[in-house]
Structure formats: structure tokens, C-alpha cells
Design a protein around this ligand. Sequence first.
Ligand SMILES: *Cc1c(COP(=O)(O)O)cnc(C)c1O
Length: 382
Amino acid sequence: MSNRDRIYLSSPHMGGLEQQYIAEAFETNWIAPLGKNVDAFETEMASYLGCGGAVALSSGTAAIHLSLILLSVEKDDIVFCSSLTFVASANPILYQGAVPVFIDSEPDSWNMSPEALERAFKTYVGKGKKPKAVVIVNLYGQSADYDRLRKICDYYEVPIVEDAAESLGATYGKQMSGTLGKFGILSFNGNKIITTSGGGMLISDDVEALSKARHYATQARDKAIYYQHSTIGFNYRLSNILAGVGRGQLKVLEDRISQKKDIFGLYHKMLSEIDGIYFMPETGLSKSTRWLTAMQIDSTKVGIEAHELVRYLEEFNIESRPVWKPLHLQPLFNEASYFAHEVGRDISQELFLNGICLPSDTNMTSENQEFVIQLIKNAFSH
Ligand SMILES: *Cc1c(COP(=O)(O)O)cnc(C)c1O
């Protein structure tokens, strides 16, 4: 242990303007989950992403839930979902009583494998059980390979929900991450590249669907002077105070992206020469924000397992994490079917066992980052 402050994976990093927007909400007494900050946050985000519109919500999970409802996902429907992700990508499938089927990663991007997706479609369409939606996750700041994935989904005419919770600010070709599916979802949870302490957003070009989402997110109240309800609704709107934090954060998003890339750049410069280290590759049309710097290590070459390295850094009060434990290996989903990248080769499990996310906090000084790098080198040398 040391007296040094803890070094975090990714902690909230305010820009300075957030309090001004919150103060405005107080001055005008728009404290409720509606008001100028909510509207402006939606418009500003839609214009940043270049999409038809956006709905500010209480979480990214709520955004995934509403997108499944808008796609009429119901009890016993099949939904395909990336396996290598946070559980929030798939929990809303269970909220609807639907059945998740998990799809492996490809080694090139760590994101959804087109080969595995194709096999899943053939199998399920062959059984007469075409999925209602495909939830594709963009890991650690990097877009999945939508040219290939979209071709398959378009062929089977199944819509994509793009889970861009970790990839706000990334691009795929000329498009912003979050705008590549029928619906995109963002998260502003505390560890994301920008945060409202908690919050999320639903993105789409379909403004009619978005207006339905607003309706569902506010308890689905009918147009009447009294309280009348014809369908099930939710309390999913973002508060006007938190939307103020979001507006301030959006102003510094580009700075955060360039800081994240610099953090990756330093790790890459100091560690990539070591035999047995493989940083998450950036492929094809994809430009990553490097929200988290992630790498795979080959323990037979560096002499330490990825999960041991996490524990070792923790001894120095440094937060790192194993790569997500794939959802098909979670007790919660032990009934679910799974399609591996190749028969007999489970890529997401390999990434979980050998992968580590390094401290990628934009509040971290470069001296602290150099200290982390030195410790990693020390851990390797024994
Ligand atoms: C953070 C995250 C979410 C969920 O976002 P919340 O705002 O915490 O509900 C969903 N998917 C992925 C991949 C995430 O990393």
C-alpha cells in the first residue's frame, strides 16, 4: 500500500460547465425530469452524432429495454446478443421474457463475429425461429464491423440494436458510433467516457419511434386531462438536473477522447515491444476512442496470468479489470445457446482468460501512468 491516491480504471471527469447548467435548472425551478436541459441535451447529442433524434433516459439499460419494446420483442421471442459484454446488454431481453442467444467475438476486433452470427441465423431460421432483434455491442471504445454484420442482418431482415454504451465518439467509416443500427443506445454511467452520474440515451433516425419511446418512458400516459393508461409504461426519463451535467460533459467529449487516445498511446509505446502482449486491435473502418486500453497477455511468454496481474496491481491500490466475463459463461444464462466464432474455438472465453483492461482514467497523471507501466514490467520479469 502507499499514500498515493488510488489510480482508477475510469472515473468521472467534470469539465467545469456542468454546474452552470445545473444552476440554470435551479434558477428556473426545472428540477423535474423535463425542462430545457433535457431537450437541449437531446438536440446537442443528435447533432453531434448526426442522427434524427435522441431520447434522454435514466440509464443505458433503460434505452436497451425500450428499443426491444419498440421492436415488439415479446415473451419467447429470440434475440441474438454479443456474449463478450456487460450483463446490461442482455438483461432487458429477460425483462421481456424473451430468449437470448449469445454470439461470440471475432479475434480481429473483439466484437461480434460475423461468422458466428451467420451460423446462428442459419440455425434459428432453419428451425423457423427467426430472431426479433440483434444486440451488437461495441467494446471498450471500438465499433463492431457493421459492414459485415449489417449485410447478414439485412439479408434476414432483422433490425440491429447498437449497444454503444462504451463507444460514444468512436467512428465507423464516416458514421458516428451509435447511429449504425435501427436503434443505438448510450450510457452516461459514472465510468463511461462522459457521465451524468447515471443516465442513458436512445438514438434513432426514426423520430416516430423516438416519440413512442418518450411516451413509454413517462408511464405511457394517454392524452386526457385525467390519468389514463392503455399500455404498460416505465419511469425512465433523465432528470433535468442530470441532463445539465450531460450538456457540460458533451462540451469536453472531444478532449476526453484525445486524452484516452494519449493514454493508449503511452501504454502502446512502452509495452508493445514486449513479446506476449497484444493490444485490442483497431481494424478496418473502425476508429476507437480507447475508452479503456485493453490487452491480451500470453502467460507462457510473460510468466503471469492476466487475472494475477489484476490482483498484483490491486496491491498497489491500482484498479484494473479482467475483460468482461462472457455472458454465455454466466450462471444467469446457463440455459442459453451460444455460437462460437469457429466450431471448437471460443474467442470470447480466450479474451476473458487472457485479457486485462488497464487504468485508463483521464484524471490520471502521466507520472502515475508511468508508474503503472513500470509495475507491469516488474510483474512480467519474474
Ligand atoms: C455501461 C454499459 C451498459 C449499461 O449502461 P447503464 O447506463 O449502466 O445502464 C450497457 N452495455 C454496455 C456494454 C455497458 O458497458
